[in-house]
Ligand binder design. Structure first.
Ligand code: UD1
Ligand code: CA
Length: 449
């Protein structure tokens, strides 16, 4: 049985922000939310967030997460003091306590599972996560014997010059046998360089304590300032891109591409430079996306191409070509084998298969059949200043260039609309609609004038 405690009471001064540090978003999700996510698979019996500085904001932001508990540390006297606040809440508890830092968001669940497993298999009083860092500055140092049994932990600021040479650092992730920790917590002292109650001092007071090195040191990097936040984003992005490249996706110029962790890609998708894939997006085999495109919360079926375009909250069926310079939004759905061309905007519009909207059009709130040809510059006038209205277009219908369709209006199947028409009334199947002034030519007009 394991209870999780997340330390999130510190000020985060170096962020220079009005937003509490642990609420800063990293790839769309807050730091503390990511930490919570990393423990989910461990099925902890309780999850407790220790809040303090701007605690109300942190609590409010996480209110919707079920069964999350908050414990307040009213003054921030150190990490040991923060964990002391748990004493009244965990009275009589006999399981393990996993302590995580709210500002260490890149931890993998596997790493935590491994830590817990070693902790329980060896029946340690405490097991701590450590890393070998090329530049250990700022981190607490961990001194072990050859069996990884911890002899001593010393904070960076309390280290002698010789101790600073040790590159093995405390990641700030601990697994404690709670009963052992609870006994020593009241005896911490603040007699150190920072005049704080250190949690590592409590580690020194129990035994045996084992250190486990993390395989990938990047997992334990903490976020203290905006530079580290940006670096963490890079690390997250590398993880995501590596995963998809290994799964058969080609990324051309990966550094110029961003992909949310929530996106799903299939083998033989090609992502061109300057392309951004966000949210709940799925892209099927054979698609070629980019350059210069944004796809958000959208589903693209097999062999779709998108160039220099924005597709948001929309669905595109197989073999359709989008762009350059198209904008699909508001639950647009485009059928298979369609062509959505240059400078076209589709909003809340459904197109059947083999329908083309090739040039300079706006279709809003329209339902369009199959094999329709929307002429260059066709516009739906869907808004009367108060309400939006729908336009319906049947199968095999063609609109001429510069057609305006004033909604609500319906064009049947096999309809032709003459170029330059402003259509205000329904057009039945198999008819031709012409709604423009007849051309007048005044012969010899210049000479007379
Ligand atoms: C801490 C460790 C250090 C370790 C490092 C890893 C101590 C004394 N030192 O140092 O050994 O190498 O983490 O990142 O623990 N917090 C509270 N209440 C407080 C103070 C801090 O909740 O009174 C929270 C902070 O919000 C933060 C976490 O504890 O999430 C760590 O505190 P921080 O001050 O950043 O400790 P470090 O100096 O990084
Ligand atoms: Ca820190």
């Amino acid at each position: 049985m394991v209870v999780v405690a997340i330390l999130a009471a510190g000020r985060g001064t170096r962020m220079k922000s009005n937003l509490p540090k642990v609420l800063h978003p990293l790839g769309g999700r807050s730091l503390v939310y990511r930490v919570l996510d990393s423990v989910e698979a461990l099925s902890p019996s309780r999850r407790i967030v220790i809040v303090g500085y701007q605690g109300q904001e942190v609590t409010t932001a996480m209110q919707t997460i079920p069964d999350l508990e908050f414990v307040e540390q009213t003054v921030q006297l150190g990490t040991g003091h923060a964990i002391q606040q748990l004493l009244p809440h965990l009275e009589g508890y006999t399981g393990d306590l996993l302590v995580l830092n709210g500002d260490v968001p890149l931890l993998r669940t596997e790493t935590l599972k491994n830590l817990l497993q070693i902790h329980q298999a060896h029946e340690n009083a405490a097991t701590i996560l450590t890393a070998q860092l090329a530049n250990p500055k700022g981190y607490g140092r961990v001194f072990c014997n050859s069996e990884n049994i911890v002899q001593q932990m010393v904070e960076d600021k309390d280290c002698t010059a010789a101790q600073k040479q040790n590159h093995r650092v405390n990641a700030g992730i601990y697994c404690f046998r709670w009963q052992d920790l609870a006994k020593v917590l009241p005896h911490l002292s603040a007699d150190n360089a920072q005049k704080e109650y250190y949690l590592p001092d409590a580690v020194d007071m129990v035994s045996p304590v084992m250190a486990v090195d993390v395989e990938d040191y990047q997992e334990i990097l903490g976020i203290n300032d905006r530079l580290q936040l940006a670096n963490a984003y890079d690390i997250l992005q590398s993880r995501v891109k590596e995963k998809w490249m290994m799964a058969g996706v080609t990324l051309i110029d990966p550094n110029s591409i961003t992909i949310d962790e929530t996106v799903e890609l299939h083998p033989d998708v090609i992502i061109e430079p300057q392309t951004h894939l966000r949210g709940n997006t799925v892209i099927k085999t054979g698609c070629r996306i980019g350059p210069g495109s944004l796809i958000e919360n959208s589903q693209l079926a097999e062999n779709v191409t998108v160039q220099y375009s924005v597709v948001i909250d929309s669905i595109v069926h197989a073999n359709t070509r989008v762009g350059p310079y198209s904008h699909l939004r508001g639950h647009a759905e485009v059928g298979a084998n369609c062509r959505i061309g240059n400078f076209v905007e589709l909003k809340n519009t459904q197109l059947g298969d083999r329908t083309n909207v090739s040039h300079l059009s706006y279709l809003g709130d329209a339902t369009v059949g199959t094999r329709v040809n929307i002429g260059a510059g066709t516009i739906t006038a869907n808004y009367d200043g108060v309400k939006k209205h729908r336009t319906k277009i049947g199968d095999r219908t063609a609109t001429g260039s510069n057609t305006v369709l004033v909604a609500p209006v319906t064009l049947g199947n096999d309809v032709y609309v003459a170029a330059g028409s402003t259509i205000t009334e329904d057009v039945p199947d198999e008819s031709l609609a012409i709604a423009r002034q007849r051309q007048v030519v005044k012969l010899g007009w210049k000479r007379k004038g």
